[in-house]
Structure formats: C-alpha cells, structure tokens
Design a binder for this molecule. Structure first.
Ligand code: ATP
Ligand code: MG
Length: 398
C-alpha cells in the first residue's frame, strides 16, 4: 500500500463566509488547471482540506507543481483506508517504513467521528505500539519526533499522513482582481510580478519595446520571462507597446537629464490607459527605493503624478540580494541576466536627474505631441497570450 493521495492545507486564517468559499473554489480550480497534464489525478475538497488522488501517478512531480500554486500552505503525502483499527495500523507502519532516515516518531490521532469505538488517546497507543513491535529501528519521542504520524478518523474513511511539506502560501491567483505588471527584461520586475501573484492577483504584463534600438531577442527575452511567470500565474496576456517614436521624440526635444523622467511618465500614462481598457485595477513595477536615479522618492513623485491608478511596488522592502535570491528560486534569474538591451538603457543620459522637478518635467514634455504619441502607442500595441506549459513556437500572436 503506497501513499495514494496528497493532503493539501490552505490558510489565510482571516477568511470567512463568502470570501472563504470563493477562495476555496478558486484554489481548487487553480490546482486542477495546474495538474491538468497528469491523467487520472483527481482533486476534491472535504473537511477544510483539499485532497489530490494520485491514481498511480508519481508523487514528486505533482508536489513540484503544487509548490507553485499560491494559497497552499502545506502538503502531506497521505494514505486513505477504511476506518478499521487494523487498516489504520498497517497504513501507519507503511508511512514509517517509507520515511527514510527517521529515528523517532509520534502518533497524533484525531477522532472526528465519535462513532468510531476507540478514543484518540488509546488510538495513539495502539498505533504506536503496533509500529514499535514491527519496526525495531524507531523509538517514540513525543517532544521532537522526526516523523509525526497523523491519524484522522472520519466516517467510513480514515487518513494517515506524515510531516508537513511547506507550500508557497499567499492567496489563490485570481482572487484579488487584475493588475498590469510593467515588465522589463531585468531582474526586478519578474520578481515584482511573482510577489503580486502571491497576493492573489491575476496578472497581465506590459512591455515597452523600441525596435530597432532594442532587438527582437530583447523582446523574446521578455516573452520568456512572462512565460516563466505563467507557472505561478496561469494564463498571462502580454502587451508589447511600440515605444520607438516616443523615445526618439524625447531624445530630440527634452533635456537629456530629464529624458528618463519623461520616458517613465509616458510609460505610466500608456500603462494606465491599457489598464483602463482591460479592467485592471493597479499597475505593478519592479521599483525599489534608492537603487538608481529614477528610484528616489523625488523621482517617484515626478513619475507617479501623471496617473491616478494605484501603483504597487512589491519590492520596496527588499534589497538587491534578496530580490536576486527570489529570482533564482522562481527561475527568472538566468533569463534576466541575458545581455540584451532594454529600451531604458538605449538612451541612457550621462547624468540623469536624481531629484527631478515635477514642473520642469511637465514643461519638457509639453514640447511633445503627448496625446497623439500615447494614442498611437496604445493602438499599435501587440497582444501575446501565454499559456502555462507552452513552448516557444506555440505562442498565439494577434
Ligand atoms: P528591472 O530589473 O525590473 O528592469 P530596474 O532596477 O532596471 O528594474 P528601472 O530601469 O528604473 O529599474 O525600471 C523600473 C521599473 O520600470 C521596472 O522594474 C519595470 O517595472 C518598469 N520598466 C522599466 N523598463 C521597462 C520596459 N521596457 N517595459 C516595461 N516596464 C519597464
Ligand atoms: Mg531594468
């Protein structure tokens, strides 16, 4: 008898009532979507838990997939048996034998069905005794056991399960509304997207592309990054905004020291417009504080004032090292460090203003045909839909 299911725990203690059932339904839906490539695997919900029935599929690849589903707090390999003492004992022994390298254990029983004739204390003893008599290598340690053998008696069936494997936490993607991630090819913005996904948003991404100043490969790099994020976010729509004319115009008409400020004001305006058209409620950026000239508070003020939509900056409390650690963990780092130019670096001024003045910025951009430039960029935007598990030649462009 092998572990035939995975027991999933989910969290956010504060959830109640209608929110709770929406949270659960969304989570189950996301799990089903994530495991759709495993035929026969069944996902069900019972007693405030979610169960994944393996039906002969291997456990490890499925746990790997589940570790990318936000809202899951932990997993335990579990065995379901009929609620009979002998069956429970055998399953518990099986669990101990399968857990390599353990020396101590403890049985924790819970009798949810009071019709079962044995109380939980006695069940602890009977199951523990059974294991001790058949498995001489292990001892009981009630304080710090290597393995906790959980026994849960529920109606017709009981569950035996082991230690908790931590999940990613957070909220199920899709439970918090839609946001637009400003996705460059750098290290930070994919991490910002991941952090936003963790709080349950549905993600769409916007990339500003300045072909031919930036190459097709730079664009492909961003597509690849968005594709990696689909592992956590499910389907992601990517908007590629043509930014060449705007950058050229800024370069021609504005003070060099203000080019970054004006450029980012344009990015925000266009992003707000795309958010409005696509029912997104916030922008998300990979900005942090004090990393570069465009990320001082003065600069954020000068940039942020041109939009009304909230701008979320999930990396604000992290330093570069922490951001890189997350980037490596989620698998975006290797792609992010590929050396293709981003549109921001192409026209990089020698001395960007670290404390740009809002009025000067406004005066500078008054030299541009703002409305027309924004309109044309929005109208010329290319839409790329990315599905989880997709390969490069399967992208749908339209
Ligand atoms: P990243 O590592 O994400 O590129 P960064 O540290 O290089 O960020 P900036 O160049 O100041 O910082 O960009 C700040 C943020 O602006 C980015 O994190 C991203 O959200 C957004 N951004 C910058 N360039 C682009 C672009 N070409 N397309 C879309 N968003 C962009
Ligand atoms: Mg960058």
């Amino acid at each position: 008898m092998k572990s035939n299911l995975i027991l999933l725990r989910y969290g956010e203690l504060a959830l109640k009532g209608k929110n709770k059932s929406e949270f659960e339904d969304r989570l189950v839906q996301n799990i089903r979507q994530k495991l759709s490539g495993f035929p026969g695997v069944a996902v069900s919900k019972a007693h405030g838990r979610i169960f994944v029935e393996l039906n002969d599929q291997e456990m490890d690849p499925i746990i790997r997939e589940l570790s990318e589903v936000f809202g899951l707090v932990g997993f335990s390999p579990a065995i379901r048996i009929r609620s009979e003492l002998g069956e429970i004992q055998k399953a518990a022994l099986e669990l101990v034998e399968q857990s390599s390298g353990i020396r101590t254990f403890k049985v924790i029983s819970k009798r949810a069905d009071k019709k079962f004739p044995i109380g939980s204390q006695e069940l602890n003893h009977r199951v523990g005794g059974y294991i001790l008599s058949r498995c001489p290598k292990v001892k009981v340690d009630v304080h710090h056991p290597d393995l906790s053998v959980h026994v849960e008696v529920r109606g017709t069936y009981s569950y035996v399960y082991g230690n908790d494997i931590p999940g990613p936490g957070g909220l199920p993607v899709g439970s918090s509304g839609r946001v637009m991630l400003l996705l460059s090819g750098g290290i930070d913005s994919p991490v910002a997207g991941y952090m936003a996904l963790k709080r349950g948003v549905e993600l769409q991404a916007i990339h500003f592309h300045s072909y031919p100043f930036t190459s097709e490969r730079a664009k492909q790099k961003v597509i690849d990054l968005a594709q990696i994020l689909t592992r956590f976010g499910g389907r992601i729509r990517l908007y590629v905004v043509p930014f060449t004319e705007i950058q050229t115009e800024i370069n021609k008409h504005c003070y060099e020291s203000y080019s970054i400020t004006v450029m980012r004001r344009m990015m925000f305006r266009i992003s707000e417009e795309l958010a409005k058209r696509n029912q997104a409620l916030a922008l998300v950026t990979g900005e942090s504080l004090g990393q570069v000239a465009s990320q001082t508070l003065e600069s954020m003020n000068a940039i942020n004032e041109v939009v009304r939509i909230p701008v979320l900056r999930p990396l604000i409390g992290m330093d570069k090292h922490e951001i890189m650690t997350v980037a490596k963990k989620i698998g975006t780092y290797e792609t992010s460090i590929l050396p293709y130019e981003d549109c921001c670096t192409v026209f990089l001024p020698k001395a960007p203003k670290t404390k740009p003045d809002r009025e000067v910025a406004a005066k500078q951009e008054a030299r541009l045909e703002l409305e027309r430039l924004i309109q044309e960029a929005v109208e010329g935007t290319e839409v790329i839909d990315l599905e989880p598990g997709q390969k490069e030649d399967e992208f749908s462009y339209f």
